[in-house]
Ligand binder design. Structure first.
Ligand code: UDX
Ligand code: UDX
Length: 458
């Protein structure tokens, strides 16, 4: 079959895979190919054991795969036949050299730019999907202009705002699609071509076009604002614990103000995920490199507060269990950085586990989807067991620490769990998802976040 357009995506990860599956589903006349250097990942995309867990994703993939959605490791062929190339390779925080721990590591990004330049034999639109420092498109343009074949490349920025665990619904019904381009004739035309893809299923007024730098920076700013709300409410949770106020009631009261809104005001053990910390540190680094130290300090505090919250949670566990967890069995209920994903990147669970192991606790990590990743994150550490079934995990344990807000945990039979645990039994609810009064009535000593604790100690 002849397709109207060939779309290529380089990078078959959490962003590239679901985004291309939805584009393929919505644009059956476009051929969508996803390539990756990781052959194992590509193989998994070709099976029904997808490399990532996302509700609803398998159905979308199955509907389009083999029809107009293809997964391949042949990057060169993919580049040659593509009209539009989405680049969705990872851009982690640099771990070495100048800017280590702050700046984005752009080596994969640059390598991809060189590959496009090398293999392309005709004009193409290059779409930045990966989150990048503002003005990265300029570097991409410089590399692509090196080509001696007289080929014109137009670079546009189309940052992805999907959240893990809800990627498919976010893609099908996005709050907005953002497309940044050069404000020249070819730049505006390229932006229109990308807009035409999304306008198949997204209302026109939700497709925002801006200049390139605004689009690049908007992604960093959106994540910084979301993370800032969590750090703000987490900061208040500490104050609640000192004053007898209830952070849940505060979130509700404050969030009822339409100007503030209710979302992203859940106090937690801290935010995780591959984006928030990385993107804020990147923003901080950019601000510092422009000499804007006050601006950098302001945003850096969001990350600092997140570290404080995770540390505070561990300290609470140790303090309330009579200042020692040596030899005590503690269950981590959940290890993913949020519910409905198996992803554990930057999960607060990693910090909590490491700290409790340093204190010589014995850990049982339980999670419906994330145990494979948890094993990698905690590889080489002694004193950890892994158990999918929460009931088995809790046998002989002295404490339960809720790390991830999985719905299944709300429905557990805590009478049964309590009966199998050692006494006194503790619950530390790092997500405030359980019924604390009910747990107390069963016999648990309950320590929520930012709410009065409920204990049986006189
Ligand atoms: C994406 C974005 O790329 C990142 O910038 C954003 O901040 C978060 O979302 P994500 O999809 O989560 O990252 O990353 P990952 O799941 O690691 O996928 C990236 C893929 O690119 C990997 O499968 C990797 O093998 C592939 N890759 C990397 C290439 O194909 N070529 C490379 O040169 C490097
Ligand atoms: C985020 C952005 O939401 C998304 O737009 C962007 O494209 C990528 O980064 P993601 O990291 O997948 O998405 O998940 P998100 O739902 O934003 O949650 C991030 C972290 O914040 C999780 O650890 C979550 O548990 C935590 N969180 C969220 C809270 O602690 N409290 C809240 O109220 C909301």
């Amino acid at each position: 079959m002849k397709f109207a357009k060939n779309i290529l995506c380089i990078g078959a990860g959490y962003v590239g895979g679901p985004t291309m599956a939805v584009i393929a589903a919505k644009c059956p006349d476009y051929k969508v190919t996803v390539v990756d250097i990781n052959a194992e990942r590509i193989r998994a995309w070709q099976t029904d054991e997808l490399p990532i867990f996302e509700p609803g994703l398998l159905e979308v993939v199955q509907a389009a795969r083999g029809r107009n959605l293809f997964f391949s490791t042949d990057i060169a062929a993919g580049i040659r036949s593509a009209d539009i190339i989405f680049v969705s390779v990872n851009t982690p925080t640099k771990t070495f050299g100048h800017g280590a721990g702050m700046a984005s590591d752009l080596q994969y990004w640059e390598k991809t730019a060189h590959e496009i330049e090398k293999y392309a034999d005709g004009p193409k639109i290059i779409v930045e999907k990966s989150t990048l420092p503002v003005r990265t498109a300029e570097a991409m343009e410089h590399i692509l202009q090196e080509n001696k074949k007289g080929i014109h490349f137009e670079v546009v920025s189309n940052p992805e705002f999907l959240a893990e665990g809800s990627a498919v619904s976010d893609l099908l019904d996005p709050d907005r699609v953002l497309i940044g381009s050069r404000q020249s004739g070819p730049g505006l035309q390229a932006a229109q071509e990308i807009a035409a893809i999304f306008s198949r299923w997204v209302a026109k007024d939700r497709i925002i076009t801006t200049n390139l730098w605004s689009a690049e920076l908007s992604k960093l700013v959106a994540n910084a604002f979301l993370a800032q709300r969590i750090s703000s409410i987490n900061a208040i949770s500490a104050l609640c614990e000192k004053t007898g106020a209830d952070v849940g009631e505060i979130s509700f009261a404050v969030g009822s103000d339409k100007r503030i809104g209710s979302r992203f005001l859940n106090a937690s053990i801290g935010f995780g995920g591959s984006c928030f910390k990385k993107d804020i540190l990147n923003l901080v680094y950019i601000c510092r490199s422009y000499g804007l130290d006050e601006v950098a300090d302001y945003w850096q505090a969001v990350v600092k507060m997140n570290e404080y919250q995770q540390e505070r949670f561990v300290r609470m566990v140790i303090k309330e269990m009579f200042q020692t967890v040596v030899g005590k069995k503690v269950v981590l209920l959940g290890f993913a950085f949020k519910a409905n994903t198996g992803d554990t990147r930057e999960s607060p669970g990693i910090h909590v586990a490491r700290k409790l192991l340093e204190e010589r606790a014995r850990l049982v990590v339980s999670d419906p989807q994330a145990l494979e990743n948890a094993r990698k994150d905690l590889a080489g550490l002694a004193g950890v067991e892994y158990e999918t079934d929460p009931y088995r995990a809790a046998v002989d344990a002295q404490a339960i620490a809720v790390i991830t807000e999985w719905d299944v945990y709300k429905k557990l039979d805590f009478v049964r769990i309590f009966a199998s645990m050692r006494k006194p039994a503790f619950v530390f609810d790092g997500r405030n998802i359980l019924d604390h009064q009910q747990l107390f009535n069963i016999g648990f000593n309950v320590f929520p976040l930012g709410k009065p604790s409920l204990t049986h100690f006189k």
